[in-house]
Design a protein around this ligand. Structure first.
Ligand code: MRU
Length: 330
């Protein structure tokens, strides 16, 4: 599969280059990031997004802090405050903490983290491909652009297509930020997978007509019982899939599980600026002064999940047992 990665590190220049995901798919513009402060604002501003990609970027943000002479405490604080929901950000920064003040060590850790993303996603793609068939529906963007590796849910879809199991993908446009229309469509086109874009509101109609055989989505943070936060609209899809008797899967690296949370209740769900609902690429949609609400993530209770695709295999209920086991917890 032709992969477009969301970043590259130019070690000699001390620059972490980000492919500006706000400009895709129409323009491929690379943005130089030289400090942890710049990295935090790039993450908040969605230049780079997607849970695993945010984690890798934050890790390199700490490398940049060393190179730029920023205090690690402040760099860590800024990066932690950039986005609240994807737990990969916090896992990455926890790992980097052991190397504060040690440039070589922090560079090694950031590289290891990126390599792990690639390895785990190869495994996720292979396991996920086995449970998908026919026509698959997905939401948001979970491909290499969202991770820096092979992708989670989208990695599984591409692999299932390669094996002749999946013949067509329905791509939710994913209002309001349009990660599906802009990024998943771009990645599936490059991968040569037959796919069609739909507005989010069309999913139920297609399910009712028997044109969806499975739904698979990514995860920003999962609790130990399998409840999970993902892009706004995921919960509605889960309920629709259950109503129509369609298998519904979440695909994630175990690094997206928050072992401190027994249920999804404690997952912080980001709220983003209302302008992202009120405007499309700077063009106003609603009457001037009209208010909008923009929760960027929702919570899907584990009971809607058919299975959880991880690098260690596909877990089936009871998920708390399977997840604890996979994480090596008692
Ligand atoms: O707001 P975003 O674009 O960062 O949200 C991304 C998602 O919700 C993805 O589904 C999730 O991060 C999983 S990426 C493999």
């Amino acid at each position: 599969m032709e992969r477009v990665l969301p970043f590259r590190f130019a070690e000699g220049e001390g620059v972490f280059w980000l492919l500006d995901q706000r400009r895709l798919p129409l323009e491929e513009v690379w943005v130089p990031v030289r400090t942890a402060r710049e990295m935090a604002s790039a993450i908040r501003g969605m230049v780079v997004r997607g849970a695993p990609a945010i984690g890798v970027s934050a890790a390199y943000g700490m490398v940049l802090a060393h190179l730029a002479g920023e205090a690690p405490e402040e760099a860590d604080r800024l990066l932690r405050a950039s986005r609240p929901t994807a737990v990969n950000l916090f896992h990455a920064l926890d790992r980097m903490k052991a190397h504060w003040g040690d440039l070589e060590g922090s560079l090694k850790e950031a590289r290891a983290l990126w390599r792990e993303v690639e390895e785990t996603e190869k495994a996720i793609s292979l396991h996920g491909a086995r449970v998908l068939r026919g026509q698959v529906l997905t939401h948001c963007n979970t491909g290499p652009l969202a991770t820096g590796g092979y992708g989670t849910a989208l990695g599984a879809i591409v692999e299932a297509h390669r094996r002749g199991r999946v013949r067509h993908v329905w791509v939710d446009e994913t209002r309001p930020y349009l990660q599906g229309a802009r990024l998943t469509a771009y990645e599936l086109k490059k991968a040569g997978v037959p796919a069609t874009l739909i507005a989010d509101s069309m999913a139920g109609f297609l399910m009712g007509k028997g044109q969806v055989d499975a739904v698979i989505v990514g995860v920003d943070r999962m609790a130990l019982n399998g409840d999970f936060a993902n892009k706004i609209g995921t919960y509605a899809l889960a309920v629709l899939a259950r109503h129509h008797g369609i298998p519904f899967y979440a695909a994630l690296p175990l690094a997206s599980v928050d072992p401190s949370l027994p249920t999804g209740e404690g997952i912080p769900l980001e709220e983003r600026p209302p302008e992202e609902v009120l405007e499309l690429r700077g063009v106003r949609l609603a009457p001037p002064g009209f208010p909008a609400y923009h929760p960027a993530f929702d919570l899907t209770p584990h009971r809607y999940l058919t299975g959880i695709v991880t690098e260690k295999g596909v877990l089936y209920p009871p998920f708390d047992e399977g997840l604890r086991d996979a994480l090596g917890l008692a």
